[in-house]
Write a protein that binds this ligand. Sequence first.
Ligand code: AMP
Length: 213
Amino acid sequence: MHRRTILFIGPPGCGKGTHADRLSEEYGIVPISVGELLRKAVESGTETGKRIADLMAQGMLVPDEIAMEVVKDALEDHSDMDLLFDGFPRSVKQAESLDRLLPDFDRKVDAAILFRVSDQEVIRRISGRRMDPATGKIYHIEFNPPPPDIKTVQREDDREEVVRKRLDIYHSQTEPVTDYYRKRGRLVEIDGEGTPDEVYSRLTEVLRPMLTE
Ligand code: AMP
């Protein structure tokens, strides 16, 4: 049976992670957050881990080869599952590498979903974002407050100056990825502004046929 491979592309704070988790609960698709896997790699305390931590703290991308290793491991670990990559690919090089890699796993990109959110809205959303350091779960002080017994922290790369850097990198390195998939007829654009429920219903309208057939 053909296993689905779906990609979520969009600026930081566009709702990729939140919607990936919700889709996973509803449809059983496995969400793969490359950012979260990289944060785990950092905890290992190795030299590579330290280098990754440094780049992430500055809002820069980690080298393509490191992102590809994480993705390849995920493909090997979940060969019989529908997969949803959240925050990958972030460069045209990564998109090209993915196209070379997927046939080995009997897969292709079924859809690349682009969440459109303005820079101004990104800054507004991220300033209230908090993380539970124990689980990596993301909350928002206004829209999705953490339970009172959970002590959350602000991700270092969620500070405003770092978010501005991440947005610059998104526009220069990741936006070209959207043209890559548009040219190949794989891009689906979603308006990422509005409430989480509104965005989720736009998303499921597109993905439901793909995930239930
Ligand atoms: P995220 O949790 O998706 O916001 O990612 C956090 C950080 O992880 C990014 O700012 C990058 O430093 C790094 N990262 C995540 N995904 C990738 C990727 N596909 N390529 C390179 N770096 C990545």
